[in-house]
Design a protein around this ligand. Structure first.
Ligand code: GDP
Ligand code: MG
Length: 297
């Protein structure tokens, strides 16, 4: 069976490492039409009927960077059969932010939790079965670097290909009522499975999507809900995602060293400290100016 996989994930989650392992030398590198964002396409080396695209690394499907626009246009308009979402397991919370958005596209998603070796070294544990239940899609651990769990992922992707997929809705009832009202404005040409995604974009006032759809919309629907929630629509969606994710992570992530902070966490603690942050910032700026005026300047 012929089908197309899209590799999607945050920058540095291990997409390219996995892409190279899967395709070997069967790959072609170019640019996305009209932009200088790299496009990598290939065939699965053990089954040439499976096409794989390595999408640019992104944190979100918003329209703020070229990478985001390229990725979401590809996912919405090309015939992608399965999204293979690479998640950095050592940064689960941050990575799942994108996952919640991918699950709204109405395309089958398989989540590969990468960096298994790092998790094992830290002796942190993730309950993959529970995570899979909560997200409503298959979740498997892999190490792209150590070539672990890859065959299982491909087997799962094959199972998910060509399946019908319901988008996952994580929003509370009051927000869903608003989204439903917005859905009514969508053109009939938008498929049922994509209507949730588009209604969220309308709610967020995503101007690119709005232009693309070219529709009239009763903006009051959005404004009224914003007033009620005392927040802007984009933040309402972002908050809903983070609330959902923190609930999920608290259920599935078992940190062995609860106290142990990574080096970057330790630095963050100091430089973002409520009292020390500004003096440190002033000092750094002073040093930068001092150096540029005296020695270098
Ligand atoms: P991309 O930005 O998503 O394409 O990520 P890359 O494939 O370029 O990987 C980013 C970095 O993570 C590289 O230094 C990889 O060697 C490393 N990496 C990828 N997979 C793993 C893994 O399973 N374990 C570990 N320890 N490192 C990995
Ligand atoms: Mg890459």
């Amino acid at each position: 069976m012929k089908f197309q996989i899209a590799l999607v994930g945050n920058p540095n989650s291990g997409k390219t490492t996995l892409f190279n392992t899967l395709t070997g030398s069967n790959q072609f590198v170019g640019n996305w039409p009209g932009v200088t964002v790299e496009k990598k396409e290939g065939k699965y080396k053990k089954d040439k009927s499976i096409g794989i695209t390595d999408l640019p690394g992104i944190y979100s499907l918003s329209p703020y960077t070229l990478e985001e626009v390229v990725s979401r246009e590809y996912l919405l308009n090309e015939k992608v059969d399965v999204i293979l979402n690479i998640v950095d397991g050592s940064n689960l919370e941050r990575n799942l932010y994108l996952t919640t958005q991918l699950l709204e596209l109405g395309i089958p998603v398989v989540v590969a939790v990468n960096m298994l070796d790092v998790l094992e070294r830290r002796q942190d544990k993730i309950d993959y079965t529970e995570l899979s239940k909560l997200l409503g899609c298959p979740v498997l651990p892999i190490s792209a670097l150590k070539n672990k769990g890859i065959e299982e992922v491909i087997a799962t992707v094959k199972m998910m290909a060509k399946q019908k997929n319901e988008p996952k809705n994580i929003y509370e009832d009051s927000l869903n009522q608003v989204l439903n009202q917005l859905t009514a404005f969508l053109p009939k040409s938008i498929e049922a499975s994509q209507r949730l995604f588009y209604s969220i974009k309308l709610f967020e006032r995503d101007s690119q999507i709005r232009n693309y759809l070219n529709i009239d919309l009763d903006e009051d629907i959005i404004a009224k809900y914003e007033q009620q929630m005392e927040d802007d629509s984009e933040s309402i969606i972002t908050d809903a995602r983070y609330m959902y994710i923190s609930k999920v992570v608290s259920k599935v992530y078992n940190r062995r060293h609860r106290e142990g902070l990574s080096t970057s966490d330790k630095i963050d603690r100091i430089v973002t400290n409520r009292i020390l942050a500004l003096p440190i910032f002033a000092l750094v700026m002073y040093i930068v100016y001092y150096v540029s005026v005296t020695s270098v300047g």
